[in-house]
Design a binder for this molecule. Structure first.
Ligand SMILES: [Zn+2]
Ligand SMILES: [Zn+2]
Length: 158
């Protein structure tokens, strides 16, 4: 997701954009999404310094850790990042600077790319042990039947 800094006004700008998973580095075979990522941004520009607050709404296809059913997990995520123009006399690349300057995202004065922030917000927001619903009964550890569908083989005395 790229913001054109040549046309971004001073002060606060709000925008809403949609992005696909692969376009922000979330490959479909690892993080399958149900529909696009809805991203709302508030960009507060002071010259070359831009404070970005973003919120991301997405439905991630997950497998329930209890019953193994596939389900769509709606997530609402937020991120904030401070962006500044890369120093002209710097000899190291923007990616190295990113790590060294702890949290400051550098741009080249022309475009601001927020793919990394969006990707990280989604990855950090994923539940460690997804469950399709809090009341999910899971699979029977003995016979392996889905106990959400009714009494399993063991309980039926088979
Ligand atoms: Zn489940
Ligand atoms: Zn059973």
């Amino acid at each position: 997701m790229q913001i054109d800094l040549r046309t971004l006004a001073e002060g606060e700008t709000r925008m809403e954009l949609d992005a696909t998973g692969p376009s922000v580095g979330l490959p479909a075979d690892v993080h399958a999404l149900d529909g696009p990522l809805h991203v709302a941004l508030i960009l507060d520009r002071r010259g070359e310094e831009i404070w970005v607050r973003g919120s991301v709404q997405v439905v991630v296809l997950q497998q329930c850790s209890r019953c193994l059913a596939d389900f769509g997990q709606p997530l609402e995520l937020e991120f904030q990042v401070f962006c500044a123009k890369v120093r002209p006399h710097s000899t190291i690349g923007p990616s190295q600077l990113d790590e060294e300057d702890g949290g400051v995202h550098f741009h080249d004065g022309r475009v601001l790319t927020l793919d990394e922030e969006i990707r990280e917000a989604v990855i950090l927001g994923l539940p460690m042990r997804p469950v399709c619903k809090e009341s999910c009964l899971g699979l029977c550890p003995h016979c392996g039947e889905d106990r959400n569908l009714g009494p399993c083989r063991c309980e039926r005395g088979l």
